[in-house]
Design a protein around this ligand. Structure first.
Ligand code: NAI
Length: 339
């Protein structure tokens, strides 16, 4: 646990950004779904400003020309900027592909309700990735992440392009939220707080491991439970507050940029980069599972596993399994039947 605690401290939102970068290799990043609530203002803007991104390429089925024209006037130093591109031009040469394409939730919807629309979108985009940049690190934001990651894996397998080290479901927003809420509850500097979140990315499958938080924090059982439930339902909190106008976009863009930045640093050779993400896994009986991962030049270098869970967290894990397994199986079945 001690080793994991030390390692996990690099998970905090500001740690990666403030530490020295070890390389400045050209890193092209493609955003698929770049005109949406996440893609357009927040994520593309953050990536346009990132010193780790040498070239940014945007793709969407609508509205991307305006986004590109607007972004192209930003006077950031190193970023080359492709403007709107065809899907294959957008992907060509990309080292990282971020996918926030697809519909978000409205009040009353679960993430699984998005499956029918988003499954096909992810499958089509991943087909293009498999053909154009099969070695890219693929970061999937599109929900339901518990299903879209297995869909992506199955499509990549069909094209002999699957490398489990390079496919990630982005769960960083769950960590960002946990860090924010724990810091708020305990009056801590949020830039120094790091809470691992394991499992999947929907409701009960989101398992904050508050017992492993860095720095260590203690909560009364009732408060821990309330906080856990809030983290699990935080996405719904935003969906309801936006009242039909979409789901989390600003906090999601912050989270996705943080994750992409960590991936870029790791592929540029920085050591000790750790992020939680939803990946192929043998840590539990679920074939995909999120845990802290040591990232390296080829993606996942080492899965750091569950660590020690307290009884409350072990129960959360048990409660998560049926839904998680069902979501994963649904994704696999979709590709088997349709492609
Ligand atoms: P949005 O509806 O505002 O934007 C989605 C964009 O995708 C639109 O511009 C649309 O034109 C584009 N798009 C649709 N089909 C496409 C295709 N085949 N190729 C390229 N682009 C395509 O939605 P928003 O708010 O940006 O959310 C996007 C996704 O991210 C949703 O599925 C949402 O549930 C998910 N999400 C995931 C989170 C996570 O933590 N992983 C958190 C928040 C949202």
């Amino acid at each position: 646990t001690a080793a994991m605690g030390a390692a996990l401290s690099t998970c905090s939102p500001s740690a990666a950004a403030s530490s020295a970068r070890t390389g400045s290799l050209a890193s092209k990043v493609a955003v698929l779904g770049a005109s949406g609530g996440i893609g357009q203002p927040p994520l593309s803007l953050l990536l346009k400003q990132s010193p780790a991104v040498s070239q940014l390429s945007l793709y969407d089925i609508q509205g991307v020309k305006g986004v590109a024209a607007d972004l192209s006037h930003i006077s950031t130093r190193r970023s080359g900027f492709d403007g709107p591109a065809s899907l294959s031009d957008c992907l060509k040469g990309s080292r990282v592909v971020v996918i926030p394409a697809g519909v978000p939730r409205k009040p009353g919807m679960t993430r699984d309700d998005l499956f029918n629309t988003n499954a096909g979108i992810v499958a089509d985009l991943i087909t293009a990735v498999a053909k154009t940049c099969p070695k890219a690190m693929i970061c999937i934001v599109t929900n339901p992440v518990n299903s879209t990651v297995p869909i992506a894996a199955e499509i990549l397998k069909k094209h002999n392009a699957y490398d489990p080290r390079r496919l990630f479901g982005v769960t960083t927003l769950d960590i960002v939220r946990s860090n924010a809420f724990v810091a708020e509850a305990k009056g801590l500097d949020v830039s120094k707080v790091s809470v691992p979140v394991i499992g999947g990315h929907s409701g009960v499958t989101i398992i904050p491991v508050i017992s492993q938080a860095v720095p260590s924090v203690s909560f009364k059982a009732q408060d821990r439970e309330t906080l856990t439930t809030r983290i699990q339902n935080a996405g719904t909190e935003v969906v309801n507050a936006k009242a039909g106008a979409g789901s989390a976009t600003l906090s999601m863009a912050f989270a996705a940029e943080k994750f992409v930045d960590s991936v870029l640093q790791a592929i540029d050779g920085k050591r000790g980069v750790i992020e939680c993400a939803f990946v192929e896994s043998t840590v539990t009986e679920a074939p995909y599972f999120s845990t802290p991962l040591l990232l390296g030049r080829d993606g996942v270098e080492e899965n750091l596993g569950l660590g020690n869970l307290i009884e409350f967290e072990a129960k959360l894990l048990q409660a998560a399994m049926p839904e998680l397994q069902q979501n994963i199986a649904k994704g696999v079945k979709f590709v088997k039947e349709r492609y």
